[in-house]
Ligand binder design. Structure first.
Ligand code: GAR
Length: 205
């Protein structure tokens, strides 16, 4: 992939076809949708999928005019097969996990046909897995933060793209710390997606 055309001497890169998987509230999806709407992300949103039919993330996608898909299936291999088919059908070139709470298999990652990025609410490799903010509080650390990373078959183990440090303050509970980290997530997620798109197009957008 490369530069699609030249207009008035300005090189225009082909937008990257982006799909998002989300299981819940979808605030990180929303920042991507907002950045895209404002012309700040060089992507075309091709779809938002969820394993939760009632996920508020799906409503956010519908409001933005992005097609949605629900993948509900007891059999993990079958469910992942449906997602792979959707990625092919939509011509997805980049898959972003925005609060997608299922571990993807190595087989899925190989068959996805696109790099996968994930946002996680800790400074990985610290506190992978569920309730990372609570893990940070229990460990008594003075700083935590968030990470956007490429997904590999491990649990929150792939190469880091961006991280942001967030202080843990006296009197924090899980909710207060989660809110502070979420603000930082909303800053680095679109920035990381932009960096990956730049890498994919080999351009300077
Ligand atoms: C975010 O804090 C995200 O980092 C976390 O779930 C939340 C989703 O919020 N993801 C994980 O813990 C993945 N291991 P959102 O639905 O409002 O974007």
């Amino acid at each position: 992939m490369g530069l699609a055309s030249m207009e008035g001497g300005i090189a225009l890169a082909t937008p990257i076809r982006l799909a998002v998987l989300a299981s819940g509230r979808g605030s990180n999806l929303q920042v991507l949708l907002d950045a895209w709407r404002q012309g700040e992300l060089p992507v075309e949103f091709v779809g938002v999928g969820s394993d939760q039919p009632e996920a508020p993330a799906l409503e956010r996608a519908r409001r933005a005019g992005v097609p949605t898909r629900v993948f509900v299936c007891d059999n993990k291999a079958e469910q992942e097969g449906q997602i792979v088919a959707w990625l092919r059908e939509t011509g997805t070139q980049l898959l972003a996990l925005a609060g997608y709470m299922r571990l993807l298999s190595g087989d899925f990652i190989q068959r996805a046909g696109a790099p996968i990025v994930n946002i996680h609410p800790s400074l990985l490799p610290d506190f992978p897995g569920l309730r990372a903010q609570r893990q940070a509080l229990e460990a008594g650390v003075k700083v935590s933060g968030c990470t956007v990373h490429f997904v590999d078959e491990g649990m929150d183990t792939g190469p880091v793209i961006l991280q942001r440090v967030v202080p843990v303050l006296a009197g924090d509970d899980e909710d207060k710390l989660s809110q502070r980290i979420l603000q930082a997530e909303h800053q680095i997620f679109p920035e990381a997606v932009r960096l990956v798109c730049r890498r994919l197009t080999g351009s300077d957008i």
